[in-house]
Design a protein around this ligand. Structure first.
Ligand SMILES: CC(C)(COP(=O)(O)OP(=O)(O)OC[C@H]1O[C@@H](n2cnc3c(N)ncnc32)[C@H](O)[C@@H]1OP(=O)(O)O)[C@@H](O)C(=O)NCCC(=O)NCCS
Length: 223
């Protein structure tokens, strides 16, 4: 009998997986979210410079933080239309959930553009996992889903996120403003074209369960 981790869901987005030599992105099932709760309870953003724009569950005090974070993922998983969807992935390293890597499509049919969002256990940052997570989700976006552009935004002083974008070939796409914990701060916007991504395309990343997921997102490649 398959273990709970390998049992297939009847909802295809939860079966999508991306495997790299260092980590896996697994569709965020409730079982995986539960295993990630202790990390959320310990804190994901605990000191400036604050990385997330408002509103953000992860800025709240525990236990409201965990409750609010779970509600946000549940609500986001349930909000799927042709013009907006968000795939939530738990990042797993050596069998342990260590963060999240999401892929967001907005008017994907018209623009072929996706955005990414991520966070990693603070104890595991600065070891190249952030870059590996982004490469994994970009492989899914461009190779699996057929994206034409990937965007990423980060506050000007979020050096790790900005550096991941720069290192992976994104180009600056202007500035914007947003608030974090109520205070305005400048955002750096980045954009990666399919062509630029292809130059650094990796051949050691495996995609699982993508074809079955596409119709759920309103994507019909053969149409
Ligand atoms: C963003 C995040 C996922 C990146 O993961 P990470 O594992 O820390 O990043 P990596 O170790 O892969 O580093 C990627 C690059 O950033 C650089 N970097 C990492 N931390 C840095 C820091 N504090 N200052 C400057 N550069 C940094 C690395 O040197 C590397 O650059 P290189 O490719 O030139 O060597 C992680 O830092 C995180 O969870 N941050 C908080 C949440 C967040 O900011 N999410 C994004 C919101 S937009």
């Amino acid at each position: 009998m398959p273990s709970p981790a390998t049992r297939l869901s009847s909802y295809p987005p939860l079966n999508v997986q991306v495997h790299t030599p260092r980590l896996s992105l697994l569709g965020a099932t409730d079982e995986l979210l539960e295993r990630l709760v202790p990390t959320v309870r310990r804190g994901v953003a605990t000191a400036p410079p604050w990385p997330f724009d408002d509103p953000m569950s992860l800025y709240k005090d525990s236990p409201e933080r965990e409750w609010s974070w779970l509600r946000a993922v549940w609500a986001g998983r349930g909000r799927v239309t042709d013009s907006f969807w968000r795939l939530y992935f738990v990042v797993v390293v050596d069998g342990e959930p260590v963060g999240m890597q999401d892929l967001v499509g907005t008017d994907f049919a018209s623009f072929g553009t996706v955005h990414t969002f991520s966070w990693l256990d603070p104890d595991l940052r600065g070891r190249g996992l952030g870059k590996e997570m982004r490469q994994a989700v970009l492989q899914l976006a461009f190779d699996g889903i057929g994206a034409r552009y990937a965007g990423s935004d980060a506050f000007f002083d979020n050096h790790a996120s900005n550096r991941v974008s720069q290192a992976l070939g994104y180009e600056r796409n202007g500035n914007d403003w947003d608030t974090r914990r109520g205070e305005p701060a400048e955002i750096h916007r980045w954009r990666l074209t399919r062509e630029q991504w292809s130059k650094n395309r990796r051949d050691d990343i495996e995609l699982v369960g993508v074809a079955e997921c596409l119709p759920v997102l309103g994507i019909h490649p053969s149409a």
